[in-house]
Design a protein around this ligand. Structure first.
Ligand SMILES: Nc1nc2c(c(=O)[nH]1)N[C@H]1C(S)=C(S)[C@@H](COP(=O)(O)OP(=O)(O)OC[C@H]3O[C@@H](n4cnc5c(=O)[nH]c(N)nc54)[C@H](O)[C@@H]3O)O[C@H]1N2
Ligand SMILES: Nc1nc2c(c(=O)[nH]1)N[C@H]1C(S)=C(S)[C@@H](COP(=O)(O)OP(=O)(O)OC[C@H]3O[C@@H](n4cnc5c(=O)[nH]c(N)nc54)[C@H](O)[C@@H]3O)O[C@H]1N2
Ligand code: SF4
Ligand SMILES: [Mo]
Length: 762
């Protein structure tokens, strides 16, 4: 037969590059290249995507379900039916004894890169009836959802910088040269930044570390971790004070709260915030002036601005600046993508949070979930409503959550845990049943979650490149079956999809403004591709009701899944971002809320902090490396080693003061714990700031990831603090963590760099 080619969207990061896979006779992926005909990524690929074949063929990837007997703690492989039956029995028993909230769900990052999870996780949670949903979002972007929820009415309406047309980009807390971008999907982010410069534009990076992105930028401002809100407030205040607020015509009459905002910002003079932020007052003023003067500018804040005590204020102020400079919803500014699968008509409900609260700490629900920072509390604290069972889907909270050492311990105390995950790793070792999804090459792909954040509208569907063996469920089927058994039923999972499709059609036909308003749901149902797998049928439905869809025949030239698959195997370009504020706005007032009262009240914390002395002492920040991805690519030999090392970076002045040199072992301690790592002095770090990457610490017993174990590194989340959160979003504080650093002689855990630490003090 020989080699064959298949096209597939890369599922590893938010850039969503199109890949060209070469497969051999045995269906192994032998080569991965960037797909040059992909209209979105145009052939771009990074070292991670290039090793997708190695990941796909990883011998440690689980091929069958594993079931652990509580008595012996030994794992045994099991058939799918038997494994699901074990799950059903355990969950139904726990729900019967302790109620619905006794079962919690944790959903991790790869879920956002799949077709299956966005389609079925909601059904699982609904079937369980639990209020205990936790996701990686509260260790990531939840502040942005809260900010957009209050400002625009929709927590998913997140404006992205129009990278390809902007002339000025002010970027805070993002390092796309390593991360490839986040909440702004842009293959070849580095190339797009260089293009801004080539057009004569300017890129400004605000970061406590001189990252590769900062080095590429025209200007880099060091900022003390956790103080962006003061800096952003001072920019807002400068725009008002110097009469630089744009009277953008397209926003006239569409914005509330301008006067409240002006009054709120008065106290944040650049001179006042300079000692706190470390950014000189004159630099703050100039930054504001340049932002205002640029004909097309965008402000973009990412994880460095979210995972800190003022995460929501930061996320809000970023878009406040986009509004004040007239750049919201205009080309070259900050714009709302228009994904092909998301209907533009919908019922509008005002955004609220706190519809329920977490049992132990009383933290408000946000977006239907509770903060991962309180998951351990819910597992450990006895009493009615205590979590006794956990379903994890594509998550590794035993490494990724704040104070994950505590969480790791708490996972060990669960009555029952089931994990949908391809690996037996730090988290899933606590499970009683592991249900592994198939290889990426066997998995269909469409980016439900991420196309809404792309800097260019497009749609792309990848069919599985390799068929599944008979009886082997794909991830959608695994999750559908979990949803069905979570409801206590024993029915066919296909019935679940039918129910969801029926409900969606009923809603769409009833809603004025929908392309199928007034039609007969049964008639539309019959038009869906009956031969397609259930997840694909649902995707077809979404595309047909979407803004480019065929509206079930209303627009014969419109999009269907069949058309996308057969006519656009490399993906369909849907053009540059388009102004669409009217389509997304759904606040009660029908306007952009520039100064929501919840945010204004939270500004009190900034006032209080400004009255206190500027905190002294070292603070810890994170770090991402290009050839890594959170906790789960360290089993790919091609990606570990080299620059991808788990070292503690610190400023040479701090190193000298502490008496440590490059290669020395240091201990990083905080309220929650301590880790030992190898010191790497570098003036890329601002004085007073130290940095460790996350996702390491693969030395725990009972895992089956051989390569990762040999490159274990240490887990930074042993020293992050689950008590510290952004109160409005519940988001974890993972940056700006107060730590002490000391030189050590005996090393308990060696960093992933493979260099043996030598001691500085005998
Ligand atoms: N200190 C610190 N902590 C952090 C961060 C930080 O910057 N600093 N970053 C935070 C951020 S942004 C995030 S998103 C979280 C990530 O936190 P998590 O999502 O909890 O962790 P990941 O490391 O992404 O683990 C992903 C898991 O999914 C599994 N997996 C991979 N592919 C698939 C698949 O196709 N299907 C299924 N079912 N499973 C799959 C992997 O084996 C792994 O177990 O970490 C957070 N934690
Ligand atoms: N190679 C690689 N790519 C990834 C990932 C990965 O682990 N590795 N993870 C993926 C995930 S889950 C996500 S969410 C994205 C994240 O994508 P990005 O947001 O681009 O992530 P980082 O590279 O961590 O960049 C955050 C930057 O914030 C800086 N920072 C820390 N504290 C502060 C602060 O208080 N203020 C300011 N202004 N800056 C601060 C850090 O120094 C860092 O440079 O990346 C994704 N892509
Ligand atoms: S940039 Fe992201 S999406 Fe593109 S190839 Fe690399 S890992 Fe995959
Ligand atoms: Mo993330």
């Amino acid at each position: 037969m020989g080699d064959r080619t298949a096209y597939r969207t890369c599922p590893l990061c938010e850039a969503m590059c199109g890949l060209e896979l070469t497969l051999d006779d045995a269906d192994a992926v032998t080569r991965v290249r960037g797909d040059r005909d992909d209209p979105f990524s145009r052939g771009f690929i990074c070292p991670k995507g290039a090793t997708l074949g190695v990941l796909d063929g990883d011998p440690d990837r689980l091929a069958e379900p594993l079931v652990r007997s509580s008595a012996s703690d030994d794992w045994a492989t099991a058939g799918w039916d038997a494994a699901f039956e074990t799950v059903r029995e355990a969950l139904s028993g726990i729900v019967a004894r302790h109620g619905a909230d006794a079962v919690a769900v944790y959903v991790g990052n790869p879920a956002a890169h799949s077709l299956a999870a966005p389609l079925y996780v909601g059904a699982i949670v609904k079937a369980l009836g639990t209020r205990n949903l936790f996701t990686a979002s509260t260790a990531d972007q939840m502040p942005k959802h809260v900010a957009c929820g209050h400002m625009f009415g929709d927590p998913l309406a997140i404006p992205v910088p129009d990278l390809d047309r902007t002339g000025h980009l002010l970027m805070l807390g993002a390092n796309p040269l390593e991360s490839n971008g986040s909440l702004a999907s842009a293959p070849d982010f580095p190339g797009r930044l260089k293009a801004i410069q080539a057009r004569g534009g300017k890129v400004v990076v605000v970061d406590p570390r001189r990252t590769r992105t900062a080095a590429l930028a025209d200007e880099h401002l060091f900022i003390r971790p956790g103080t962006d809100a003061f800096f952003l407030m001072a920019l807002v205040r400068t725009l008002f004070a110097e009469d630089l607020v744009a009277s953008a015509e397209h926003l006239a009459g569409r914005v509330n709260g301008l006067d409240d905002l002006r009054a709120l910002a008065v106290d944040f003079a650049p001179e006042r915030v300079a000692p706190m932020t470390g950014v000189p007052a004159e630099t703050i003023r100039r930054t504001a002036r340049e932002l205002a003067a640029a004909p097309r500018a965008a402000v973009y804040g990412r994880i460095g601005t979210c995972t800190q005590p003022y995460g929501t204020l930061n996320s809000w102020l970023v878009d406040v600046l986009n509004v004040l400079t007239g750049n919201l919803d205009r080309p070259g500014g900050a714009m709302f993508p228009r994904p092909a699968h998301a209907p533009v008509y919908r019922r509008k409900r005002p955004f609220t949070t706190g519809r329920w609260r977490s049992r132990v700490r009383g933290l408000p629900e946000v977006n239907g979930e509770l903060p991962v920072a309180t998951l351990a509390d819910e597992l450990e604290t006895p009493g009615e409503g205590q979590v006794r069972a956990l379903i994890t889907i594509a998550g590794n909270p035993a490494l990724s959550a704040p104070n994950s050492v505590r969480l790791d311990r708490a996972l060990g105390g669960l009555e029952f845990m089931v994990s949908v995950d391809p690996y037996l790793n730090e988290t899933t070792r606590h499970a009683h049943v592991i249900l592994p999804p198939p290889r990426p090459a066997q998995t269909p792909h469409y980016d439900v979650a991420l196309t809404g954040l792309a800097v260019r509208d497009h749609a792309r569907y990848s069919p599985p490149a390799v068929p599944l063996p008979d009886g082997r469920p794909d991830e959608a089927a695994i999750l559908a079956r979990l949803a069905v058994l979570a409801s206590g039923a024993d029915s066919d999972p296909a019935a679940l999809d039918d129910m969801i499709i029926t409900a969606a059609l009923a809603r769409a036909t009833a809603l004025a403004g929908s392309p199928v308003h007034g039609r007969e749901p049964g008639e539309l149902r019959a038009l869906l591709d009956g031969g397609a797998p259930p997840a694909e049928r649902r995707l077809d439905l979404m595309l047909r009701l979407g803004p480019y869809g065929d509206g079930f025949g209303a627009d014969p030239d419109g999009l269907t899944l069949t058309r996308l698959r057969t006519e656009h195997p490399h993906g369909l370009d849907l053009g540059a971002l388009k102004p669409r504020l009217d389509e997304v706005l759904c606040t009660t007032s029908g306007r952009v809320e520039l100064c929501p009262s919840t945010f204004a009240a939270d500004v009190d914390r900034l006032h209080r902090a400004l009255r206190d002395p500027v905190p002294a002492g070292l603070v810890l920040i994170g770090r991402r490396h290009l050839r890594s991805n959170n906790s789960w690519l360290h089993n790919v030999p091609e990606l570990v080693g080299g620059s991808n090392t788990c070292t503690l970076q610190l400023n040479p002045a701090d190193a000298a003061r502490l008496g440590v040199a490059a290669g020395d072992a240091v201990r990083v301690s905080s309220r929650t714990g301590a880790v030992d790592a190898v010191a790497e002095p570098t003036d890329a770090l601002m004085p007073g700031v130290v940095s460790l990457p996350h996702g390491w610490g693969h030395d725990r017993p009972g895992t089956r990831t051989g390569v990762a174990r040999r490159h274990a590194g240490v887990n930074v989340n042993a020293v992050t603090d689950e008590r510290e959160i952004d109160p409005l979003s519940g988001n974890a504080v993972l940056n700006g963590v107060p730590v002490t650093v000391t030189a050590v002689t005996a090393v308990t855990a060696v960093a992933a760099g493979e260099r043996t630490p030598r001691s500085s003090r005998a």
